[in-house]
Design a protein around this ligand. Structure first.
Ligand code: KG4
Ligand code: ZN
Length: 367
């Protein structure tokens, strides 16, 4: 079974081909192509949905073509198409969904709708080795040069034991979900306002750092002291498994207002202190859920999962405080949006629908 994955939920245009047996634990990635319009958005300090969608219209066909060419397959060798149907930006999702529907009709292939957030979880089922050969962030001017083609034979997914807990931390979402098995997912809690990535991005902007704020804050924080500013850890002790990050943003804003000027040293200390506050909350709530549900695995996913300090602290504390729970995080470049995770998610949850019934749903969440 070979599945072509398509992902366009935010500012990336991505296509990938994976190969595996249905319901089997072995899924190989044959090709993985991602084009990002990030450079355009850094100029405006954030994503303008219309701009992102227009870029995706330009790149979707070349990116799909390249993904198929790179694994030296013909269209008749593909068995199905998987596509992100939500959540995300409506204009962006529509580009992927309408392209996938058209291809499914013309090529006469089954089509599998995939929840983007579940895709992030399944990035954990991609073997590490692929990463070294990947170069996921493509330059807008010459996207196809940055294509990735790789294959590997020993996926790590067979090491993930259920029940598993997943912390999904992206630009739009912060969720804790329980996986009893493939396809058996229960939502446990999520953010009540800003997502963790959104907090990084908005605070990065307050600090005058380049967009996106997450990687910028992580970099700047390396020269700072996380104990300099004692920012609030919102909802860290609440009984539920929910999060809230908008108060932290306000707190940073107020602190900055009291300062005459922001020099590099202060920005570094602010970055380190903010990063620590976000990580402390994410780690505390994840451990709480892991203990409550006695999980055997903890799976980190989403763009913020690329944060090294978060990875380190979750790993360390998972070992220290949870009973035999193994910690998994996707290779850093596979934490941010890509189509391999969408195709892999589809291969583990193979539920094709008639192409006519496939619709984009920007509000899609967990059932
Ligand atoms: O999953 P993703 O690529 O897109 C969405 O589905 O939203 O996540 C993007 C988010 C952005 O908010 C970005 O600032 C954050 O992930 N991010 C990071 C890091 N790399 C990306 N946040 C913290 N540390 C990082 N190293
Ligand atoms: Zn994402």
């Amino acid at each position: 079974m070979r599945i072509l994955g398509i992902e366009t939920s935010c500012d990336e245009t991505a296509a990938a081909v994976v190969e595996g047996k249905m319901n089997d634990k072995k899924v190989n990635i044959l090709s993985n192509v991602v084009v990002s319009s990030l450079t355009l958005h850094s100029k405006t300090g954030g994503i303008i949905p219309e701009v992102a969608a227009r870029e995706q219209v330009k790149y979707i066909i070349p990116v799909i073509k390249k993904a198929i060419e790179n694994c030296k397959l013909k269209i008749e060798n593909l068995d199905a198409i998987a596509v992100t149907v939500g959540p995300g930006l409506i204009g962006s999702i529509l580009v992927g969904v309408e392209t996938a529907k058209t291809l499914a009709y013309v090529w006469n292939k089954p089509i599998i709708p995939v929840n983007h957030l579940i895709g992030h979880i399944y990035a954990n089922f991609i073997q590490d080795k692929i990463s070294s050969k990947l170069s996921l962030r493509a330059k807008r001017s010459n996207p196809i040069n940055n294509e990735i083609a790789s294959s590997f034979k020993t996926p790590r997914n067979d090491k993930v034991a259920f029940p598993a807990l997943s912390l999904i931390v992206s630009g739009g979402h912060t969720d804790l979900v329980l996986l009893k098995d493939h396809g058996k997912i229960k939502w446990l809690g999520g953010t009540r306002d800003d997502a963790a990535g959104e907090a990084f991005d908005k605070i990065g902007r307050l600090l005058g750092l380049p967009y996106p704020g997450g990687p910028s804050i992580e970099k700047t924080a390396q020269n700072g002291n996380p104990k300099t500013f004692n920012f609030p850890r919102p909802m860290i002790d609440s009984c539920d498994l929910d999060f809230s990050f908008s108060g932290l943003k306000t707190s940073v804003f107020r602190k900055i207002q009291t300062m005459k000027q922001l020099n590099n040293e202060t920005i570094a200390d602010l970055s380190a202190s903010v990063q620590q506050a976000i990580i402390d909350v994410l780690v505390a709530k994840t451990l709480k859920a892991a203990q409550k549900y006695k999980v055997k695995s903890i799976l980190l996913g989403g763009g913020v999962a690329a944060n090294q300090k978060l990875r380190n602290e979750l790993k360390l504390n998972a070992k220290r405080y949870t009973l035999n729970a193994n910690f998994f995080a996707p290779e850093k470049k596979l934490c941010t949006d890509n189509a391999a995770m969408i195709a892999v998610a589809a291969s583990f949850n193979y539920k094709p629908v008639p192409w006519k019934k496939l619709t984009a749903n920007p509000e899609l969440y967990f059932e």
